[in-house]
Design a protein around this ligand. Sequence first.
Ligand code: 5GP
Length: 295
Amino acid sequence: MKPPEVDRIAGSRAAVAARRARAEVKRQIASGERTASEVLDAATPDHPAESTLRVSELIGSIPWLGPTRTARIMAELGISPSKRVGGLGVHQRKRLREFLVERQKRKLEPGSLVVLAGPTAVGKGTVSAHIRDNYPDVLLSVSATTRPPRPGEIDGVHYYFVSDDEFDRMIEAGEFLEWATVHNAYRYGTPRGPITLALAEGKNVLLEIDIQGARQVRQVFPEARLVFLLPPSWDELVRRLTGRGTEDAEEQDRRLRTAMEELAMQDEFDFKVVNVNVPTAAREVVELMPTSPGA
Ligand code: 5GP
C-alpha cells in the first residue's frame, strides 16, 4: 500500500534534513571544529546525525585522508565499507576510537607536503616544472643526485649535482629526508632542511621523487599526500620513454622494467592523477594543497 501523499512529503523532507545534518557534521570535522573521536563519542540513538553517518564519511572528513587511505584504514580496523557509526560493534568502536585518538595526538605541520611519484617517463618532471613556473607559492624541492647533468640542466635549479663522496657525507650527516638508488644506477636524495623550514613557515612543498622515496617520506611525514601520476596508457608511456632519446637502448630497457614494477604500486598512493596534458595535471596536483596560512 502506498503511504498517503502528506506522509511521503514529510518523509522526504525528513530525509533531506537528515542528509543536511550529516553534511554539517562532516564539515565540522573537516574544519577542525570537532574531532572525529568527539563525533564518534556523540553517536548515540538520540544523536541521529552522528550515529547515521557512515564510518567511511567520518574518517574521510578528517583533513589529509583521501579515499584510498580511508579504505585502507577501514580494512585494517575490520570495518565494512557500508557500516554506519551507530551500527559499530563494541570492539570495532573501541578500535576506531583508539585509532582516531592516536592520530589526533600527532602534531600537524602548518604547511602541506605533497609527493608526486609515478613510473619513469610519465612526465613527473614536466608536471613539476610547470608547477615551479606557474605556482610560485609552492616550494619545489631540489634533490641532490650523483647523476651527471643533462644538457640544459642547471646545478641548484634542477638538481644539486654531487659526487659519490659528497652524497655519502650527506647521508652520514643525516641531511636527507629520504634517498634512494634509482634505476639501479645513480643515487637521488631530498635535502631535509629546506623542507622542514618551509613547512614550519606554512608553505606548501612539492617533492618529485621515485616510489621508494615516496614510501620513506610516508614514514617520516604520515600526513604527506602521496600522488601517483599515471600515463594515459602503457603504449603512451613507452612512446614517451623512447621518444625522449636521452638514454641508450639498454638504459631504456631498464627504465621500462622499472616502470612496469612501479605501475603495480599505484594503489599504495592516496591520489591518482592521469597526465593527459601537463597544465591540467599540474593544477590537479596543486589543488591537493590547502591554501597556506600565509598565502
Ligand atoms: P632523472 O634522472 O630522469 O632526472 O630522474 C630519475 C628518477 O629519479 C625520477 O623518477 C625522479 O622522480 C627520481 N628522483 C629525483 N629526485 C629524487 C629524490 O630526491 N629522491 C628519490 N627517491 N627519487 C628522486
